[in-house]
Design a binder for this molecule. Structure first.
Ligand SMILES: NC(=O)c1ccc[n+]([C@@H]2O[C@H](COP(=O)([O-])OP(=O)(O)OC[C@H]3O[C@@H](n4cnc5c(N)ncnc54)[C@H](OP(=O)(O)O)[C@@H]3O)[C@@H](O)[C@H]2O)c1
Length: 434
């Protein structure tokens, strides 16, 4: 049975709000609350480490002088007058413990913390329910795109069978720049300078950020609990400009795709660079945009897209959560079943090799593919590359992930291979979510 929490705050009472974290998202939340002046909602406390640096900045000077700035977390957690804690710090520890303390005290929690919700969401939701508190996290997936409330409130009547899309704005920024001919490292530096990417970009480019968001979406839209560490995840660092040239010849582009589907008893999920047909709306997402496609058993495909990151778009999601809590309409949740996951999909594959060109390479590669039962669909070799480091591409007809991986492992051992072959799933027009 669906559970609806009675998280209504008394109608005539001001909702008193504490903000944890005054960085990119936190400072935008504070500014938004000041600019919009929502009646009945008051930001009373701001917590951050080394708080003096924060309270003397430009943004802080425009906020209400009545706000208490603190670097002592107990000023928030032990304060019975605070109704809602907004968490915009991030990370698992100490956030898990702090939010548990807040929920146990009956405080409602709004968080943008995808890692925490992906790994600890089930336990936190249970704790919130026990203490009649709301735990809302719409900003944790797709930043300013309200995909979580949309699937929660707008698609509950359907059975969502598949979710696929672009959940990491940094990767989309880099890959759509490479599509236009820019170098990977230049795009990464630009993303870092613009504040889209961290100094250590691995969570984004290696897929862990998108994987966490995929788990939250699967929980919310499909009521399945997944362990993020079980989802096969591949980096975009192996994608080169030459892959965009070959992708174009196949009427495709390359995007980091996060996908999960349920078919019978199997839950299939993967995150990584993927060939996407240019006819798919997924291919039309550029820059830091996010795009999520859901496929429902009854309603078919629904697409959500917009700004997936950035202080202001994310702050809109956080503040909308806060208002839902204040109006008592925040928490609707369905029972979630923990499920094992497999990365095994039946798909066509794009294989890019870099070889020292010698006679017999193609027949050796096709022999390795034939031995595992994979059929070649096309072979592409663009002119103009040096013979001593020749990149060329083989695409296959649909076969299982394990089949293609076995072939690629054998091919990688060939002496003419100069680097590890790149193996990308190809989404197809027949893919409901492509
Ligand atoms: N940025 C986005 O576009 C975006 C989008 C969606 C979701 N999110 C999520 O929103 C959360 C915040 O992201 P952000 O981009 O705003 O990060 P951020 O700019 O690094 O802000 C984090 C803030 O928390 C403070 N902080 C960090 N650890 C702390 C600790 N242990 N104790 C006290 N204060 C601490 C930092 O202080 P210092 O200044 O001292 O480091 C900083 O002010 C994360 O969960 C992130 O995943 C972000």
């Amino acid at each position: 049975m669906p559970t609806k929490f009675d998280s209504t705050l008394p109608a005539n009472k001001t909702t008193r709000v504490a903000l944890l974290g005054f960085g990119t998202v936190g400072s935008s939340v504070a500014q938004l609350l000041r600019a919009q002046k929502f009646p009945g909602v008051e930001l009373t406390h701001i917590y951050n480490r080394n708080i003096d640096r924060k309270r003397t900045g430009d943004t802080a000077s425009k906020l209400s002088p009545s706000i208490l700035w603190t670097e002592k977390i107990d000023d928030i957690l032990n304060n019975p007058n605070i109704d809602v804690v907004i968490e915009t710090i991030g990370g698992l520890s100490p956030m898990e413990q702090w939010l548990k303390t807040a929920l146990t005290a009956g405080k409602h929690v709004v968080t943008a913390n995808k890692q925490l919700i992906a790994y600890k969401g089930a336990a936190l939701v249970k704790l919130a329910r026990q203490h009649n508190a709301a735990l809302v996290y719409n900003a944790a997936v797709a930043g300013g795109v309200p995909v979580i409330p949309a699937v929660l409130h707008g698609l509950q009547g359907d059975t969502v069978r598949r979710i696929a899309g672009i959940l990491n704005g940094t990767c989309n920024f880099i890959l759509s720049g490479m599509e236009a001919g820019e170098d990977y490292h230049d795009m990464l530096e630009t993303a870092q300078a613009a504040g889209y990417a961290e100094a250590d970009p691995s969570a984004d480019v290696d897929g862990y950020d998108a994987r966490a968001k995929l788990c939250i979406l699967a929980r919310t839209a499909m009521q399945i609990g997944l362990d993020p560490d079980e989802i096969p995840t591949a980096t975009i660092k192996t994608v080169r400009l030459v892959d965009f040239h070959y992708a174009r010849e196949l009427n495709c582009t390359v995007r980091q795709i996060a996908q999960v589907s349920v078919d019978g008893t199997h839950v299939r999920a993967r995150v990584g660079p993927t060939l996407v047909p240019n006819t798919s709306p997924i291919a039309w997402s550029h820059g830091t945009q996010n795009l999520v496609m859901t496929t429902g058993e009854f309603g078919g495909d629904v697409v959500f897209s917009g700004h997936g990151a950035g202080g202001n778009p994310t702050a809109v999601a956080v503040v909308s959560d806060l208002l839902a809590v204040a109006h008592g309409s925040a928490s609707v949740s369905l029972p979630v079943k923990q499920r094992p996951v497999t990365g095994e999909v039946m798909a066509p594959w794009y294989l890019r090799f870099v070889v020292q060109d010698k006679p017999g390479i193609i027949s050796a590669i096709s022999g390795s593919l034939a031995r595992v039962g994979a059929n070649i669909d096309s072979i592409l070799q663009r002119p103009g590359y040096p013979k001593d480091a020749l990149p060329f591409v083989v695409t296959t007809e649909p076969c299982l992930t394990s089949t293609i991986e076995a072939a690629v492992a054998a091919i990688a051992k060939m002496p003419t291979m100069l680097e590890q072959p790149l193996c990308l799933q190809m989404l197809t027009d027949e893919d409901k979510s492509a």
